[in-house]
Design a protein around this ligand. Structure first.
Ligand SMILES: Cc1cc2nc3c(=O)[nH]c(=O)nc-3n(C[C@H](O)[C@H](O)[C@H](O)COP(=O)(O)OP(=O)(O)OC[C@H]3O[C@@H](n4cnc5c(N)ncnc54)[C@H](O)[C@@H]3O)c2cc1C
Length: 401
């Protein structure tokens, strides 16, 4: 076997590479930065992972932080107007969720990949370079596509997604925040402005991890939370504290009164344009490559789905490769490898994300009804874990056309 080439060392590429190496498959992983650069860089996500994802990682020997990362037991949802809670509920997950800084995770997994005999190349390949290299491998999996490369993956015609990002984002990793008294993550919806989401996580270099609080502002474009564009990192904490005091109920805002950034790279500002692509790309030479993770299905983080979906993609692609190690990895094989992930995980996650960010009337009514009904609140929280469950209690208007 000539081996498998994987482009991008993130939530999809790294577990895929590690799973294959652990089964003795030759793997070349091409990514833009090494572990030291990952650790000295900025945060890249808020990456909450739910029980089934954590189980997948543990079973593959990748769940290094399961016993030390803080447990997120559910969601405290509040609808807040003028700093007053007008509706709220607390829903519990059937299994705790966890969030470990991607810098910590990717740095450790990169080291594990090298220790497992993987071939790591630090490079940013142009399309012609990638195209030429594919001949040396049985299969190339693309988990990171530059704008130039992305055009070789056709848009999925069965989906219509908003042309613009649904939210403007700001992330801060914080020390000194008082934990939620019940171990829940908080999700505060501010009509006309967006959402403020916060939960405990783990950060720090591998071996020196420590607890922190991860704060995510999901600002509706033009709303009161959309104030981070063009800021430099030093301006973000004061601006965040001011927003917490302006929009959150006093008791909740007070939890952040001693907040400090965890490190120089503890903030991120940006926006995620939703993207749905077909999973098979055709390079200029006609060579087919298999897309995974965000390359195929990229969603706003408000639904907390992308990292979970990418982890499932890695697990399913590695199983498909190990079931058929001699190939051929042709279009029919690629279709059969991708379809179960798309149907069971990625598309359901994308539908759920759109329903959370722009709730159709049925979902809005359920969110309000959950206040009076603990079982409904738990079911709502559980839908973040299993978005495919959404069809059980809500028909939405955001399904693919
Ligand atoms: C602010 C924010 C919060 C989020 N919160 C959550 C959440 O709570 N839960 C959740 O499930 N998802 C969340 N997500 C989404 C999640 O982080 C992504 O969906 C997930 O990381 C995608 O995995 P991936 O492997 O496709 O890409 P990535 O994890 O982004 O990995 C891609 C890799 O490619 C590398 N790379 C970059 N450029 C190149 C290049 N030119 N050549 C080669 N390699 C390159 C990068 O270094 C990176 O390691 C969030 C995203 C954001 C932006």
């Amino acid at each position: 076997m000539r081996g498998i080439q994987i482009l991008g060392a993130g939530e999809c590429g790294l577990p895929l590479a590690l799973r294959l190496r652990h089964s003795g498959i030759p793997v070349t992983l091409v990514t833009d930065r090494d572990a030291a650069a990952v650790l000295s860089g900025s945060v890249t996500s808020t990456q909450v992972k739910f029980g089934p994802t954590l189980d997948l990682e543990s079973r593959a020997g990748l769940g290094i932080w399961r016993s030390i990362a803080p447990r997120i037991l559910g969601i405290r949802f509040n609808l807040v107007v003028d700093r007053n809670v007008v509706s709220g509920w607390a829903g519990r997950f059937s299994e705790p969720a966890q969030s470990v800084d991607q810098r910590t995770v990717f740095a450790r997994w990169l080291a594990d990949f090298a220790a497992a005999g993987g071939d790591l190349e630090i490079a940013q390949l142009s399309v012609p370079q990638l195209d030429r290299r594919t001949a040396a491998y049985d299969l190339t999996v693309v988990t990171r596509a530059s704008r130039e490369l992305a055009v070789y993956f056709p848009a999925d015609p069965s989906w219509s997604v908003p042309a613009e990002p649904m939210r403007r984002l700001a992330v801060l990793y914080l020390d000194g925040v008082e934990p939620d008294p019940d171990g829940l993550g908080t999700y505060t919806a501010l009509p006309g402005h967006g959402e403020i989401i916060s939960y405990p996580g783990l950060t720090g270099p591998p071996g020196q991890e420590r607890r922190c609080e991860i704060l995510l502002f999901e600002g509706l474009p033009g709303g009161g939370l959309d104030v981070f564009a063009h800021t430099v990192p030093a301006e973000r904490l004061p601006r965040a504290v001011q927003l917490l005091q302006q929009y959150l109920p006093a008791a909740l805002a007070d939890r952040y009164r001693n907040a400090e950034l965890t490190d120089g790279g503890a903030t991120l500002v940006g926006a995620v344009p939703p993207t749905m692509r077909e999973p098979i790309g055709t390079l200029p030479s006609g060579t087919l490559v298999l897309g995974g993770g965000d390359v195929v299905c990229r969603m706003d983080p408000g639904g907390a789905q992308g990292a979970n979906s990418a982890a499932h993609c890695a697990a399913q692609y590695s199983a498909a490769i190990l079931d058929n190690p001699t190939g051929p990895f042709d279009r029919a094989w690629m279709t059969s490898a991708a379809q179960p992930w798309l149907t069971a995980i990625a598309h359901a996650a994308a539908r759920w994300t759109m329903a959370v960010l722009d709730p159709p009337p049925a979902v809005r009514e359920l969110m309000l009804a959950a206040q009076e009904d603990t079982a409904l609140a738990d079911a709502f929280a559980e839908t973040f874990i299993r978005p495919a469950n959404m069809v059980k209690f809500a028909a939405t208007e955001t399904t693919p056309h």
